[in-house]
Design a protein around this ligand. Structure first.
Ligand code: AMP
Length: 438
C-alpha cells in the first residue's frame, strides 16, 4: 500500500517520501481515508506508530481543498495536546508534512510570553497546536476566535479528557462551532473516557489497530523488586553494570528528579531534567539536548511521558511506577518507536504492588521479575498478575492450641525440661555423684 493509494495529493506524498516513510503504518492506513472523508474519528494505536501523520496528513489536505482562507485572529484546525513539549513536536510534524503548502502553523502554550503568540495570531493560522490553558487565555483576550474551526483534534485524548483538563476543555467545547469534525487519538482509552467520548463525537469511525492499551511488542520489559530506600543505589548500580548510557528516566517527584540528576552528574554522566518547576524554555532546551545527543540521560516526571518522539531511544527506566497505569504505557512508549527495539525496566518496591497490579491488568501481561544480587528486597513485593490480582502471602499456620480440658492430663509433659518435651532422645545428664550416694 502507498500513501498515494490512500488518496493523498502529490505534495504530501512527496513530503513523506522525503522523510523516508515508505509505506503507511496500520493506523495511518485506516485513519487517513477516514479523516479525509470528513468523519469524526476515535483512534487507538500503540505509542510510536505514526498517529501524528495519521491525522496531520489528511487534515493538511482538507485545509488545501476545503474551506475559505483563514481570517485574522482565527484558526481552522485546532489540535489540543496535554504538554508544552508535545505542542512543539506536533507543530514540527505539521511543518514537515506540510512543506511547500501555502498554510500557516503555530504552537501556543503557557510558561512563555503570550505577546509573540498574539502577534502571530493576527494574520490567522491554518493549524493551531495548543495546550488548553493558554488557548483559553488567548481566546479571552480576543487573540483567537473559534468560529472558523473546521476540525478539532485531541491528541493523547484520554489525558485531555480526564479530570485535570475538564474545566478548560468544557470552556473550549462551548466556544467551538457545533458543526465541526472531531478527532480523538491516543494509545490508551479508559472505559470512562470512551463513555465521555460518545458525547463529543458524532457517528465516529472507530479505529483500533492493536489491542487497546497494549505496549509496543518490541519493547522488552521487566521489573526489579527492591526496597524503596535502595532505589537510587540500585539505579546507579544497574546503569554502571549494564553500561546504560542513553536512557529516559522517570521519577515520581520533582525533588527526586533533581536528586537523581545530581547523582548521575557526579558520576560523570551527561544529564538534564524536565519537570513542572522548570521554566518552559529550559524544559524545551533539555529535550532538544537529549534528542540531539548532547546529553545522554534525561530524568523527568510524567510531564515527559506523553507523545514525545525521541529517535533511537533504547531504554526507559522507571525509578518509580506511575500512579496512573495508562502512564506506564505512555512512558515506555518513548522507546521501541517506529518498529525499533526497546527496553523498559521498572524498579518496584513493596508499596507499589497495587500500581504494578494495575499496570499488568491494563497491558494484560505479568511482567517478569529479575532480582539484582545484593539488592534483594527485605520488604517482599507481593506477587501480582495480569488479572490485576495481588497475591497475598499465605499466613503462617497458627500453632494448634492445646485444648483446656486436656491440660490437666499432661502435667508431666508440661513440667519436663525442653529436651525431653521435644522428643530429643539425648541421654539424660549424669546425676551428680553426691546425689547418687544418698
Ligand atoms: P508518532 O507516533 O506520530 O509520534 O510517530 C512515531 C515515529 O514514527 C516518528 O519518528 C515518525 O517520524 C515515524 N513515522 C511515522 N509514520 C511513519 C511511516 N509511515 N514510516 C516510517 N516512519 C514513520
Amino acid at each position: 500500500m502507498s500513501f498515494a493509494s490512500l488518496g493523498l495529493i502529490d505534495p504530501l506524498v512527496r513530503n513523506v517520501r522525503d522523510l523516508n516513510y515508505r509505506t503507511p503504518t496500520p493506523v495511518q492506513a485506516k485513519a487517513i481515508p477516514a479523516v479525509l472523508s470528513g468523519k469524526d474519528v476515535m483512534a487507538g494505536a500503540q505509542t510510536g506508530t505514526g498517529k501524528t501523520a495519521g491525522f496531520a496528513l489528511p487534515l493538511l489536505q482538507r485545509l488545501v481543498q476545503h474551506g475559505p482562507a483563514v481570517s485574522s485572529n482565527r484558526a481552522r484546525v485546532l489540535v489540543l495536546v496535554p504538554t508544552r513539549e508535545l505542542a512543539e513536536q506536533v507543530l514540527q510534524s505539521f511543518v514537515a508534512y506540510g512543506k511547500g503548502l501555502d498554510l500557516r502553523f503555530l504552537a501556543t502554550y503557557g510558561g512563555v510570553s503570550i505577546n509573540p503568540q498574539m502577534m502571530k495570531l493576527r494574520k490567522g493560522v491554518d493549524v493551531l497546536v495548543a495546550t488548553p490553558g493558554r488557548l483559553l487565555d488567548l481566546n479571552r483576550q480576543n487573540a483567537v476566535q473559534f468560529d472558523q474551526v473546521q476540525t478539532l483534534v485531541l491528541d493523547e485524548a484520554d489525558r485531555m479528557l480526564d479530570l485535570g483538563f475538564a474545566r478548560e476543555l468544557n470552556a473550549v467545547f462551548a466556544a467551538l462551532p457545533a458543526q465541526r469534525q472531531t478527532l480523538l487519538f491516543s494509545a490508551t482509552f479508559s472505559d470512562d473516557i470512551r463513555a465521555m467520548a460518545a458525547n463529543i463525537l458524532r457517528g465516529p469511525v472507530h479505529i483500533s489497530v492493536s489491542p487497546p492499551n497494549a505496549t509496543a511488542s518490541k519493547i522488552e520489559q521487566w521489573v526489579v523488586p527492591v526496597d524503596k530506600r535502595n532505589k537510587p543505589d540500585l539505579f546507579m548500580h544497574l546503569v554502571a553494570q549494564n553500561h546504560w548510557e542513553h536512557a529516559l528516566v522517570f521519577v515520581k517527584t520533582r525533588n527526586g528528579v533533581d536528586y537523581l540528576a545530581t547523582v548521575l552528574d557526579e558520576a560523570g554522566y551527561s544529564v538534564d531534567t524536565i519537570h513542572g518547576d522548570k521554566p518552559q524554555p529550559a524544559r524545551l532546551r533539555a529535550l532538544e539536548r537529549f534528542k540531539s545527543g548532547e546529553v545522554n540521560m534525561l530524568v523527568a516526571t510524567d510531564v515527559a511521558a506523553r507523545g514525545l518522539d525521541i529517535d533511537d531511544l533504547p531504554l526507559v527506566i522507571n525509578v518509580d511506577l506511575p500512579i496512573v497505569a495508562q502512564d506506564y504505557v505512555h512512558r515506555i512508549g518513548r522507546t521501541g518507536r517506529a518498529g525499533a527495539k526497546g527496553v523498559a525496566v521498572s524498579l518496584v518496591c513493596a508499596d507499589e504492588a497495587p500500581q504494578l497490579a494495575a499496570i499488568e491488568a491494563l497491558i494484560r501481561q505479568t511482567l517478569p521479575r529479575n532480582e539484582e544480587p545484593g539488592f534483594e528486597a527485605q520488604h517482599r513485593v507481593p506477587q501480582t498478575s495480569a488479572t490485576g490480582e495481588i497475591v497475598k502471602k499465605p499466613k503462617k499456620p497458627k500453632k494448634p492450641k492445646v485444648p483446656q480440658a486436656s491440660i490437666g492430663a499432661l502435667p508431666a509433659l508440661r513440667d519436663k525440661p525442653h529436651a525431653q518435651r521435644s522428643g530429643n532422645k539425648r541421654k539424660p545428664a549424669a546425676q551428680p555423684s553426691k546425689a547418687r550416694g544418698r
